[in-house]
Design a protein around this ligand. Structure first.
Ligand code: SAM
Length: 204
């Protein structure tokens, strides 16, 4: 894992050429759009977008009427968000998923986690998932989306897909398993698949 470029380096090497950022689609994640279409959030709901990258998912959730906070570890990512979406209603912040502000704890009706856990080494994943789960308010939900693998598949190179074992960190953190969809990533022998999971914190 030591030969993986850091996220700071990836953003620095890309500079203003966003096409040089491997995950940059410059559009919201279709699975999130589909999910939000099916379950429109309540206007004014508080939402947190984890490791927001270039900001497209945060803007999509904001467009749907949520009050959105979005964070990323890398200042250059947050600078891109602010430059791409001037006048945005999203509160973009630099923050580390392992050290989130105390006043975010259990403060969000919707937490969106897309392709972050798979970017973190498997050994750090349960801690990150517990931190993310801790941001969900009573009655709130976390939407999780990323590549998936079976528990006994080797993780390979980054992105290291999520296994059922990885995802159990959300239920271990006190959330209820609400939705799970597993889809093939592409036709053919590729073992990888795409996972969408939703977990809910029981209401008080
Ligand atoms: C693969 S990108 C995904 C970005 C975005 N969620 C998306 O799907 O387009 C992973 C993101 O996680 C961020 N990241 C990595 N480690 C992080 C950490 N410890 N805390 C917050 N963000 C982190 C990276 O800077 C990067 O923007």
């Amino acid at each position: 894992m030591a030969d993986e470029l850091t996220f700071e380096t990836i953003y620095a090497q890309a500079g203003d050429d966003l096409a040089g950022i491997p995950w940059a689609s410059l559009a919201p994640m279709p699975a999130l759009v589909q999910w939000l279409d099916g379950q429109p959030p309540v206007t004014g709901a508080r939402a947190l977008v984890v490791a927001c990258g270039l900001g497209d998912d945060a803007e999509e959730v904001s467009r749907r009427g949520c009050r959105v906070t979005a964070f990323d570890l890398v200042p250059a990512a947050i600078a891109h968000c602010r430059a791409r979406f001037p006048g945005s209603a999203v509160d973009y912040r630099v923050a580390d998923v392992f050290r989130l502000p105390d006043d975010w704890r259990r403060a969000f009706d919707l937490v969106v986690e897309i392709r972050t856990l798979q970017s973190l080494p498997v050994s750090e994943r349960a801690t990150a998932a517990a931190s993310i789960a801790g941001m969900v308010a009573p009655g709130g939900r976390v939407f999780v989306h990323g590549l998936g693998r079976r528990d006994d598949d080797p993780p390979g190179r980054r992105p290291w897909p999520l296994s059922p074992h990885d995802l159990r960190a959300f239920t271990s953190a006190g959330l209820t398993d609400t939705e799970l969809a597993v889809q093939p990533r592409s036709p053919g022998p590729d073992e990888r698949h795409v996972v969408t999971a939703v977990y809910t914190r029981p209401a008080l």
